[in-house]
Design a protein around this ligand. Structure first.
Ligand SMILES: Nc1nc2c(ncn2[C@@H]2O[C@H](COP(=O)(O)OP(=O)(O)OP(=O)(O)O)[C@@H](O)[C@H]2O)c(=O)[nH]1
Ligand SMILES: [Mg+2]
Length: 445
C-alpha cells in the first residue's frame, strides 16, 4: 500500500524501447525534488550567465519545460519535464514526468538522482492507480499528444507533439475547436438568412479543413516512423550503407557474399523525420539458415513503406537482380547505385529495369560516404516542404483524428458551392450540424 507522505519515483516506459524514456515522480516532494535537479533552457543567458531558475514548485499544472537534468556529478540528459499539481498522483501532491532522450543510462541515472534525494522506488500498480485523475481537463487530442510524447523518436517529433498538446493557437485542439465554432456560426447565420460573408467564411473553413487533412501524412510519419528496408543481391554493400546511415558500425560487413542472414532494425533521423531502417539478407537462391533469412527479407520488403534497392555500379545487373526488381512495388522503391568509387570515369551500367522507377538512381559510395546526403534527402523527399514549414502549427498525428477530419471534409465538400442560398438552408444547416459534431468528436472521447 502506498504511504501518503511518500514521494515515489519510477521508470514509466519499458526499458530498451529506445527513443525517450519517462521517469515519473509523484508525491508531496515531487515538484521540489524535480526543481533541484532540473535547469530550464532559459537558465543560461546569451552571455553564459545563469538566469533565475524556473521554480517548478510554482509552475502551473499541465505545463511543460525543456531543459537539462543534473545530479551531483553533473549533466545527466536533455529533458522535457511536465508538471501536474492536483490531489492526484499515486501518493497525493504533485506529479512530475521527466522525458529523457538519452536512452537507458539517462533514464536510470535520472531515477537514481530522485532516489538519492529521498524518493522511494515505486511500482507500476501505484502509477496506474494514481496518474489518470491529475490529467483531467485535457481534451482527447491533448491526451493523445501526451501519450505519444514518451515514444517520440526525434526532436522534431517531440516539438510537433508539444505544439499539438498546447490548447493555444498553433495547436490542433485550438484549430479544430475554432473550425467547429465556425461551422456553428455559419449555420446560425444561414438560419437567420443573414447571408453576407457566409460564402467566404465557408470557403475559409473548407480550405483550413483541407490543410489539416493534408498535414496528416507528415504528422503520422513523425509519430509512426516509416519502415525502410535495404534490398539487393549479396555483397552489393547493404550493411555498409546501413552502418553509414546509422553513423556507427552496427552490423558486420564482409567481402564474402551472404554475410547478413538475420534482419537488423535501428531508428535513424533524417531532417528530424524518424525512420525505421532495416538491413536484410542479400536476395539470392539459398537454402538452410540463409534461405530463411532470404524469406524474411522478402516479407520485410513487402511490408516496408520504402525499399532502398541497391545495385553494384561496378558490375552489370544480373538476371537474378532483374528478377528481384520485377517482384518489388516500384512506387516505393528508391534505387541506389553503390560503389561509384570503383567506377571512376566510366559510366555506371545502364539497365532497362531501372527505367521502371519514376526517380533516377542515387549514385553513392557507402564506403566513402559520397552521395549519401542526396540519398538521405531522397528518403524524406515528400516531407521536405512540411519540414520547412516547421512543427508549430496544427498537425494531424493519429489515425483517429485523420479519419474523423476526412469525414468532416467530405461532408463540407458535399455542401453546395453557393451556400448563401437561404432557400436550401435547412438541408445545408443539417450538414453543417453534422460537420460541427464531427469536429467536436475529434476533441472528445
Ligand atoms: N569500394 C567499395 N566497396 C564497398 C562499398 N560498399 C560496400 N563495399 C564493400 O563490399 C563488401 C560487401 O559489403 P556489405 O556491406 O557486407 O554487403 P551486403 O550487401 O551487406 O552483403 P550481404 O550481407 O552478404 O548480403 C565489403 O567488402 C564492403 O567493404 C563501396 O561503396 N565501395
Ligand atoms: Mg549485409
Amino acid at each position: 500500500m502506498p504511504r501518503s507522505n511518500d514521494t515515489i519515483a519510477l521508470i514509466a516506459t519499458p526499458l530498451g524501447e529506445g527513443g525517450i524514456g519517462v521517469v515519473q515522480v509523484s508525491g508531496p516532494q515531487a515538484l521540489e525534488m524535480a526543481g533541484k535537479l532540473f535547469r530550464s533552457r532559459r537558465a543560461t543567458s546569451a552571455s553564459g550567465g545563469l538566469l533565475p531558475e524556473i521554480d517548478l514548485t510554482k509552475a502551473q499544472s499541465g505545463s511543460l519545460f525543456y531543459g537539462t537534468i543534473h545530479d551531483s556529478e553533473g549533466l545527466i540528459d536533455e529533458v522535457l519535464v511536465s508538471i501536474w499539481r492536483a490531489n492526484g498522483g499515486p501518493t497525493g501532491g504533485g506529479l512530475v514526468e521527466i522525458n529523457c532522450h538519452g536512452g537507458i543510462m539517462a533514464v536510470q541515472k535520472t531515477l537514481e538522482a530522485f532516489l538519492k534525494m529521498g524518493a522511494r522506488k515505486g511500482k507500476w500498480k501505484e502509477l496506474l492507480d494514481g496518474v489518470a485523475p491529475v490529467q483531467e481537463g485535457l481534451d482527447l487530442i491533448q491526451r493523445e499528444a501526451l501519450l505519444l510524447l514518451p515514444r517520440a523518436k526525434t526532436r522534431l517529433s517531440v516539438k510537433m507533439l508539444l505544439s499539438q498538446y498546447q490548447s493555444a493557437p498553433g495547436g490542433l485542439s485550438h484549430e479544430v475547436r475554432k473550425l467547429g465554432e465556425e461551422a456553428k456560426r455559419i449555420k446560425e447565420k444561414l438560419m437567420g438568412c443573414d447571408t453576407p460573408g457566409v460564402a467566404s467564411a465557408f470557403h475559409l473553413l473548407l480550405s483550413s479543413l483541407t490543410a489539416l487533412v493534408n498535414s496528416s501524412p507528415f504528422g503520422l510519419a513523425l509519430v509512426n516512423p516509416l519502415k525502410v528496408t535495404i534490398a539487393g543481391a549479396p555483397n552489393v554493400g547493404k550493411s555498409t550503407l546501413f552502418n553509414a546511415l546509422l553513423r556507427e558500425d552496427r552490423v558486420l560487413v564482409h567481402h564474402e557474399p551472404g554475410t547478413t542472414r538475420d534482419y537488423i532494425i535501428e531508428f535513424i533521423s533524417i531532417e528530424g523525420m524518424p525512420l525505421e531502417l532495416i538491413d536484410t539478407a542479400g536476395l539470392r537462391e539459398a537454402e538452410g539458415v540463409e534461405g530463411v533469412g532470404v524469406e524474411w527479407a522478402r516479407a520485410l520488403h513487402q511490408e516496408a513503406d520504402k525499399v532502398i534497392l541497391m545495385l553494384d555500379a561496378s558490375r552489370h545487373i544480373t538476371q537474378e537482380e532483374e528478377g528481384l526488381i520485377g517482384t518489388l512495388d516500384t512506387s516505393k522503391v528508391v534505387p541506389v547505385l553503390n560503389k561509384i568509387d570503383l567506377v571512376g570515369s566510366r559510366c555506371p551500367p545502364e539497365a532497362d529495369a531501372l527505367q521502371l522507377f519514376s526517380i533516377p538512381p542515387c549514385e553513392v559510395s557507402a564506403l566513402s560516404g559520397k552521395g549519401l546526403d542526396g540519398l538521405r534527402r531522397m528518403l524524406v523527399k515528400e516531407f521536405l516542404p512540411e519540414i520547412e514549414r516547421g512543427p508549430h502549427r496544427p498537425i494531424v498525428f493519429t489515425q483517429r483524428q485523420k479519419g474523423l477530419l476526412e469525414e468532416a471534409l467530405s461532408v463540407a465538400r458535399g455542401l453546395p458551392r453557393d451556400i448563401i442560398d437561404c432557400f436550401t438552408a435547412s438541408e445545408v444547416c443539417q450538414k453543417l450540424d453534422q460537420l460541427e459534431k464531427l469536429l467536436l468528436g475529434v476533441l472528445k472521447e
